[in-house]
Write a protein that binds this ligand. Structure first.
Ligand SMILES: [Zn+2]
Length: 111
Protein backbone atom coordinates (compact mmCIF):
# COMPACT_ATOMS: atom_id res chain seq x y z
CA UNK A 1 0.00 0.00 0.00
CA UNK A 2 1.53 3.31 -1.04
CA UNK A 3 0.70 6.63 0.54
CA UNK A 4 -1.67 7.76 -2.22
CA UNK A 5 -3.70 4.59 -1.73
CA UNK A 6 -4.53 5.55 1.82
CA UNK A 7 -7.19 7.63 3.41
CA UNK A 8 -8.41 8.29 6.89
CA UNK A 9 -11.53 6.56 8.16
CA UNK A 10 -14.06 9.30 8.97
CA UNK A 11 -15.33 7.32 11.95
CA UNK A 12 -12.28 6.06 13.82
CA UNK A 13 -9.52 8.14 12.13
CA UNK A 14 -7.40 5.07 11.38
CA UNK A 15 -5.55 5.01 8.05
CA UNK A 16 -7.11 2.60 5.56
CA UNK A 17 -6.94 1.72 1.86
CA UNK A 18 -8.81 4.17 -0.40
CA UNK A 19 -10.64 1.23 -1.96
CA UNK A 20 -11.95 0.05 1.39
CA UNK A 21 -15.73 -0.21 1.61
CA UNK A 22 -15.69 -1.15 5.26
CA UNK A 23 -13.09 0.10 7.73
CA UNK A 24 -11.05 -2.83 9.03
CA UNK A 25 -10.61 -1.11 12.37
CA UNK A 26 -14.15 -0.06 13.30
CA UNK A 27 -16.27 -1.84 10.63
CA UNK A 28 -17.90 1.39 9.54
CA UNK A 29 -19.11 1.51 5.96
CA UNK A 30 -17.04 4.09 4.12
CA UNK A 31 -18.30 4.02 0.55
CA UNK A 32 -20.69 2.34 -1.83
CA UNK A 33 -20.27 -1.02 -3.43
CA UNK A 34 -20.97 -4.61 -2.60
CA UNK A 35 -20.95 -5.58 1.03
CA UNK A 36 -22.47 -9.01 0.54
CA UNK A 37 -19.31 -10.96 1.24
CA UNK A 38 -18.47 -9.31 4.52
CA UNK A 39 -21.83 -9.19 6.20
CA UNK A 40 -25.53 -8.63 5.70
CA UNK A 41 -27.83 -5.66 5.46
CA UNK A 42 -30.82 -5.70 7.77
CA UNK A 43 -33.80 -3.44 7.18
CA UNK A 44 -34.85 -1.51 10.26
CA UNK A 45 -36.92 1.42 11.47
CA UNK A 46 -35.19 3.81 13.84
CA UNK A 47 -37.10 6.20 16.09
CA UNK A 48 -35.20 9.21 17.36
CA UNK A 49 -36.67 11.85 19.63
CA UNK A 50 -37.90 13.84 16.64
CA UNK A 51 -38.07 11.60 13.60
CA UNK A 52 -38.57 8.07 12.31
CA UNK A 53 -36.20 6.68 9.72
CA UNK A 54 -36.15 3.45 7.81
CA UNK A 55 -33.02 2.05 6.24
CA UNK A 56 -30.48 -0.76 6.18
CA UNK A 57 -28.03 -1.47 8.98
CA UNK A 58 -24.89 -3.33 8.03
CA UNK A 59 -24.19 -6.31 10.28
CA UNK A 60 -20.55 -7.43 9.82
CA UNK A 61 -19.81 -11.11 9.60
CA UNK A 62 -18.19 -11.21 13.02
CA UNK A 63 -21.40 -9.89 14.59
CA UNK A 64 -24.55 -11.96 14.39
CA UNK A 65 -27.33 -9.60 15.26
CA UNK A 66 -28.49 -6.04 14.82
CA UNK A 67 -28.46 -5.67 18.58
CA UNK A 68 -24.70 -6.31 18.55
CA UNK A 69 -24.30 -3.37 16.18
CA UNK A 70 -26.56 -1.17 18.30
CA UNK A 71 -24.65 -2.07 21.44
CA UNK A 72 -21.11 -1.82 20.11
CA UNK A 73 -18.73 0.88 21.26
CA UNK A 74 -19.42 3.37 18.49
CA UNK A 75 -21.57 6.39 19.17
CA UNK A 76 -23.42 6.24 15.86
CA UNK A 77 -25.32 3.70 13.88
CA UNK A 78 -25.09 3.94 10.12
CA UNK A 79 -28.22 3.69 8.01
CA UNK A 80 -27.85 2.97 4.29
CA UNK A 81 -30.64 3.71 1.78
CA UNK A 82 -32.22 5.70 4.57
CA UNK A 83 -35.59 7.39 4.32
CA UNK A 84 -37.20 9.79 6.70
CA UNK A 85 -40.78 8.71 7.28
CA UNK A 86 -43.15 11.63 6.89
CA UNK A 87 -46.91 11.66 7.18
CA UNK A 88 -47.39 12.46 3.50
CA UNK A 89 -44.51 10.57 1.88
CA UNK A 90 -41.04 9.23 2.55
CA UNK A 91 -38.13 11.60 1.99
CA UNK A 92 -34.96 9.84 0.83
CA UNK A 93 -31.94 10.92 2.83
CA UNK A 94 -29.46 8.33 1.56
CA UNK A 95 -26.62 7.63 3.94
CA UNK A 96 -27.21 8.56 7.55
CA UNK A 97 -25.27 8.43 10.79
CA UNK A 98 -27.54 8.58 13.83
CA UNK A 99 -26.20 9.31 17.26
CA UNK A 100 -27.23 6.46 19.53
CA UNK A 101 -27.92 8.93 22.32
CA UNK A 102 -31.03 10.21 20.52
CA UNK A 103 -32.43 6.83 19.51
CA UNK A 104 -35.59 5.71 21.28
CA UNK A 105 -35.92 2.36 19.55
CA UNK A 106 -34.83 0.24 16.61
CA UNK A 107 -37.15 -2.35 15.09
CA UNK A 108 -36.52 -4.94 12.42
CA UNK A 109 -38.64 -4.69 9.29
CA UNK A 110 -40.02 -7.88 7.86
CA UNK A 111 -38.02 -10.24 10.05
ZN1 LIG B 1 -12.74 3.14 11.03
Amino acid sequence: MTMENRKQCPYCAEIIDTKAIICKHCQSIIGGGSVEKSGTLVRVRVKTYEKVYSGDIFVPQHLDRVSDVINDSRHFIILINAKEELKTSDAPVGFLAINKAIIEWVRLIGA
